[in-house]
Design a protein around this ligand. Structure first.
Ligand code: SF4
Length: 168
């Protein structure tokens, strides 16, 4: 299936949709400040060093980028904290949804939080699929907007890579 670039919705976009719509706009408009950000670096480091044993990294259509544990038919995501847990859960649900749309059904997912030694099993319900369809439509609309949504100060702003840009 060929997805037009302007309609491509990645897991990171789903994540940002739930974290901050302004961040989503920056990201979808290719304003990328995350590469050097230390919170992002920590996330990547955890991703590279945690739970390596039976992981196989999969990247599909550059939309899905996640580990897959064959033995348990399980997608596997690593997050550094539970601070924006809802967003992480929806990101993983989107992966399950995306794969289901392409005929890969019956998977579940697990999010690990190695720093607090916790994990969470994530499954996809019919209601989740309906909600994701609304979210996907909104993200595609959001991408096409000329300006970002208004800045609203949130708790997470202090740790956000776009912090300086929002507070100019
Ligand atoms: S600094 Fe705050 S408002 Fe700006 S992009 Fe980050 S989270 Fe969103």
């Amino acid at each position: 299936m060929v997805i037009r670039v302007e309609e491509r919705v990645t897991g990171v976009m789903i994540y940002y949709y739930f974290v901050c719509k302004r961040k989503l706009w920056y990201f979808t408009n290719e304003i990328n400040m995350e590469a050097e950000d230390e919170n992002v670096m920590l996330g990547k480091l955890l991703d590279e060093n945690s739970y390596k044993r039976d992981d196989k990294h999969i990247n599909i259509d550059t939309v899905i980028n996640i580990d897959f544990i064959k033995e348990h038919r399980e997608l596997h995501e690593v997050k550094k904290s539970k601070a924006v847990e809802e967003a992480g859960i929806w990101q993983v649900k989107y992966y399950l949804y995306y794969l289901k749309q392409r005929g890969v059904d019956g998977l579940k997912a697990r999010i690990d939080y190695p720093l607090i030694k916790k994990n969470l099993v994530v499954e996809l319900s019919k209601e989740d699929e309906e909600k994701l369809e609304v979210v996907i439509t909104e993200i595609i609309k959001q991408k096409k907007k000329i300006c970002p949504p208004e800045f609203e100060k949130m708790k997470i702003c202090n740790k956000c890579a776009y912090h300086d840009l929002c507070l100019i």
